[in-house]
Ligand binder design. Structure first.
Ligand code: IMP
Ligand code: MG
Length: 178
C-alpha cells in the first residue's frame, strides 16, 4: 500500500465514441473544403492537440504534411493575453494550404496570436480547427472554421488535454475541478 491513493477517473463529458464520430465528420468537412489541394499542411499546437491531430489526419483522404508549434501564456496580470512562442513551425508555409489544429479555444488569445503569426508567412489558405470550444470564456474573437464540440465553462482533460500534465492519455474527455 502506498499513502498516495490513485485519483479517480474524471467524470465523462464526451465519450470516446462521440469523439471518434465527430473527428470523422470534421475530416469529411475539411476534405470537402480542400478538394484538389496539392498538400494540406496540418499544424498541431503542442502538446494538447496531438491526439486529435493524429486521428484527424488519419481520417483525411488528402495529401497531408504535419508539423507542430508550441506556445505558453505568461499569464501575468500586467500582460494579459501575451502569448509566448516556445517552438515555431519548421516547414515553409508560403503558398501552401494550412490547417491550424488546436485542442481547445478558451480566451482565444493563443489562436488569435498564432493566426497573426502564420498570416505573415503568406499561406495560400489558412483555416483554424479546434476539437473543443468554450465560448463563455472568450476575451478576443477568433474566426474558427471547424469546431468539434462546444462545451460549457468547465475544466476538461483527456484526449490530449491535461491538468498539470496529468490525464492526457484518457481516451475520453472528462471534467476535473482544479
Ligand atoms: P486560450 O489562449 O485562453 O484560448 O487558451 C488555450 C489553451 O489553454 C489551450 O490550448 C489549452 O492548452 C489551455 N486550456 C484552456 N482550457 C482548458 C481546459 O479546460 N483543459 C485543459 N487545457 C485548457
Ligand atoms: Mg493547447
Amino acid at each position: 500500500m502506498t499513502d498516495r491513493a490513485a485519483p479517480s477517473r474524471p467524470p465523462v463529458l464526451l465519450t470516446e465514441e462521440a469523439i471518434h464520430r465527430r473527428v470523422a465528420e470534421l475530416a469529411r468537412e475539411i476534405a470537402r473544403d480542400h478538394e484538389g489541394t496539392e498538400e494540406l499542411v496540418c499544424l498541431g499546437v503542442l502538446k494538447g492537440s496531438v491526439f486529435f491531430l493524429v486521428d484527424l489526419v488519419r481520417a483525411l483522404p488528402l495529401p497531408t504534411a504535419i508539423d507542430f508549434l508550441q506556445t505558453s501564456s505568461y499569464g501575468s496580470a500586467s500582460t494579459p493575453g501575451e502569448v509566448l512562442i516556445k517552438k515555431d513551425v519548421a516547414l515553409p508555409l508560403q503558398g501552401r494550404d494550412v490547417l491550424l489544429v488546436e485542442d481547445i479555444v478558451d480566451t482565444g488569445y493563443t489562436l488569435s496570436t498564432l493566426l497573426a503569426l502564420l498570416r505573415l508567412r503568406r499561406p495560400r489558405s489558412l483555416k483554424l480547427c479546434t476539437l473543443l470550444d468554450k465560448p463563455d470564456r472568450r476575451e478576443v474573437e477568433v474566426p474558427v472554421d471547424y469546431v468539434g464540440f462546444t462545451i460549457p465553462d468547465r475544466f476538461v482533460v483527456g484526449y490530449g488535454l491535461d491538468h498539470a500534465e496529468r490525464w492526457r492519455n484518457l481516451p475520453y474527455v472528462g471534467v476535473v475541478d482544479p
